[in-house]
Design a protein around this ligand. Structure first.
Ligand SMILES: Cc1cc2nc3c(=O)[nH]c(=O)nc-3n(C[C@H](O)[C@H](O)[C@H](O)COP(=O)(O)O)c2cc1C
Length: 165
């Protein structure tokens, strides 16, 4: 049994997709939690803000959830050919403790998924580039879906099975 953390960058169709992944994982006997980065509503990362403890958000709970998980599935819509600011912003805050952040990312199995306006190929590429840079073990297969393409249940199944290994 594996412990999954579904990380969604937005609270609409991508949260729904994260819930689908979580339900499939639970049906297979795994544990699955969901974190909604948009709902966290973190302030925008700036060096000035991050140097001031009073202005820095407490991301220790999210950090612990990520450490406790065996695998992450990151679900984000494409924004302007890349990922949304909520994801970039959360990663910036999490990475302030750089050494521990690298340690937490290194070797973690990560699956990528999107529900985007179009095909979503660019957000998958952008997330693959960032999470690979961070040392994660990013799965080759990813799930793309959008206005004109439903999420393929076989892909959800296969991703959960392979990430749980
Ligand atoms: C600022 C912004 C930029 C967007 N850029 C793209 C894009 O480059 N490619 C694309 O396919 N969809 C783009 N979209 C559409 C979103 O990917 C799409 O609406 C997605 O389903 C939103 O996810 P949500 O329902 O979880 O909020 C953009 C939407 C917004 C708000």
């Amino acid at each position: 049994m594996a412990k999954f953390l579904m990380i969604t960058a937005t609270s609409g169709t991508n949260l729904e997709l994260a819930e689908r992944f979580a339900n499939v994982a639970k049906d297979k006997g795994h544990e699955a939690d969901i974190v909604d980065l948009a709902a966290m509503d973190l302030p925008m990362f700036t060096v000035a803000r991050s140097s001031d403890p009073e202005q820095s958000p407490d991301v220790s709970e999210l950090t612990q959830q990520m450490i406790d998980a065996d695998a992450w599935i990151v679900v984000a819509p494409e924004y302007n050919g890349s990922f949304p600011p909520t994801l970039n912003n959360a990663i910036a805050w999490l990475s302030r403790d750089w050494q521990n952040f690298r340690k937490m990312c290194t070797g973690t199995p990560v699956g990528l998924a999107t529900h985007s306006g179009g095909g979503g190929a660019h957000v998958i590429m952008a997330m693959r580039s960032m999470f690979s840079f961070l040392g994660a073990d990013v799965m080759g297969r990813a799930l793309t879906s959008g206005r004109n393409k439903d999420a393929n249940p076989e892909t959800i199944d296969a991703m959960v099975d392979n990430l749980a290994r």
